[in-house]
Design a protein around this ligand. Structure first.
Ligand code: P5A
Length: 446
């Protein structure tokens, strides 16, 4: 992409309405624009990040054996009356009446609708286990939408639902989700810690929230500092292997880590004092096992193979896809702007031409551009007639992990400059070597 043809409405002023750094940077770097309270348009640059995050979520869900599907955003109230949640959900649910005076709503989550699909088509244990998921817009009429996309009213969520014959099978689905979430967040350059939480309006007793530690997080958290040393890494996992998934659950949840809703001061006090941590976190996901809470009232029953019709055991599992954009920035920025992790960056590399209109510089930039595209990478070429300082400031603000600077002096010596956004370290190398270096860095992410 050439910056001269892109839509990147960068703001010079710091927007006064934004209280936290990720919100400020998302506005300043032209990722989003508020449409109304808690509702945002995703401009091309922000939309690209959203898509990258969505893609990682899809890949990891499919790897775990879960089936992608898509349900509508507008649902009939009748289904929610069957589960009892139409009244229970309260003011957070956006209620709509259609021209025939039918009660409709904008989905805040989709346990009822997926259970309705299940009961219409599945009658036997032979069709289990089954896990389906979607990535779809949700609406919750939050009393205090704030911090930009972090607590929106309209937001993008991955929501998955498992159907199993027994509690034991459903707990395996729970563990599978826990493992796949650990992989998902690490690919985005995040450490998200599973913490024992409260299930709220979704229901059930077994639930973990995934929290990214950040001072601006909305949740107060209490944990054993040893937990921050854990990494899932690139270990191979067989998602059908119950013992293996259970082992990961025990490894990542055996130490004390709780949100304030479930915090137990007595248990916490048993951790050696130097390891006790009280901090804040951003909730980027939550997994639930709630048994037959929906299947029983809604009649989602299967033949268990022994002549009985039994309600299926279910759980649901969410990832805050749009919130993650803010969470990643909260976890990865400096005073100049965003620093995208390689796994989610909207463009892989920035090309800065220090002397636009100079035949040698223009030619070298075009050559680099084509070489990156040929390697399957997306460069963003700053080809504007701007001062070098302005170009660098824009690149730093928008946070591409790698920048190549092309100027007449370097080209005279046959080199360009490759700069790492995170460390600020630069090195001079030939254009070919620079392309090979950057391609090598991204190879594990392709
Ligand atoms: C699990 C999937 C559920 O709704 N039902 C289907 C379950 N869980 S949840 O914890 O309530 O939401 C899942 C994730 O969505 C994000 N989230 C939000 N993101 C932005 N703005 C909001 N107002 C908002 N509310 C929830 C969180 O990341 C949460 O973990």
């Amino acid at each position: 992409m050439r910056l001269s043809r892109y839509f990147l409405p960068v703001l010079k002023e710091t927007p006064s309405e934004a209280q936290i750094v990720s919100h400020r940077l998302m506005l300043r770097a032209g990722l989003i624009k508020q449409a109304s309270a808690g509702i945002y348009s995703w401009l091309p640059f922000g939309y690209k990040v959203l898509r990258r995050i969505e893609q990682i979520v899809h890949e990891e869900q499919i790897r775990a054996g879960h089936l992608p599907m898509l349900m509508p955003t507008i649902q009939s109230a009748d289904l929610w009356r069957e589960s009892g949640r139409y009244d229970a959900y309260g003011a957070e649910m956006l209620r709509i009446t259609d021209r025939h005076d039918r009660d409709m709503l904008f989905t805040p989550t989709a346990e009822e609708l997926i259970t309705d699909i299940f009961r219409a088509h599945v009658t036997s244990y032979k069709d289990l286990p089954l896990t389906m998921y979607q990535i779809q817009w949700k609406f919750r009429d939050e009393i205090r939408p704030r911090f930009g996309v972090m607590r929106g009213r309209e937001f993008y969520m991955k929501d998955g639902y498992n159907f199993d014959l027994t509690k034991e099978d459903a707990l395996h689905a729970y563990n599978r989700h826990l493992v796949s979430y650990l992989r998902t967040y690490e690919r985005m350059g995040l450490q998200a810690i599973p913490m024992r939480a409260d299930s709220g309006p979704i229901g059930g007793d077994d639930t973990h929230e995934f929290l990214v530690l950040a001072e601006t997080g909305e949740s107060e958290v209490f944990y054993d500092s040893e937990i921050t040393d854990l990494r899932f890494g690139d270990r191979e996992i067989d998602y059908d292997d119950r013992a293996q998934c259970q082992g990961v659950l025990e490894e990542f949840t055996s130490r004390y880590a709780r949100t304030d809703e479930t915090h137990d001061p007595e248990l916490f006090a048993k951790i050696p004092a130097e390891r006790q941590r009280v901090a804040r976190g951003i909730e980027v996901g939550q997994i639930f096992y709630f048994g037959t809470k929906y299947s029983e009232p809604m009649g989602a029953m299967v033949d268990d193979g022994k002549g009985n019709r039994v309600p299926v055991h279910m759980g649901s599992h969410g990832i805050g896809v749009s919130r993650l954009v803010g969470a990643i920035i909260e976890a990865s920025h400096d005073d100049k702007g965003i620093v995208w992790p390689e796994g989610v960056t909207p463009f892989h590399v920035g090309i800065v031409n220090l002397k636009q209109g100079d035949a040698a510089c223009d030619g070298a930039c075009e050559g680099l551009y084509k070489a990156f595209v040929a390697k399957g990478l997306e460069p963003l070429y700053d080809d504007r007639e701007e001062r070098a300082g302005a170009k660098f400031a824009t690149m730093d603000l928008i946070g591409l992990p790698w920048r190549i600077t092309v100027g007449p002096r370097g080209l005279g010596a046959g080199v360009v400059e490759l700069t790492c956004r995170r460390t600020g370290a630069s090195e001079e190398l030939s254009p070919e070597a620079a392309v090979a270096r950057v391609a090598g860095i991204y190879a594990p992410h392709m």
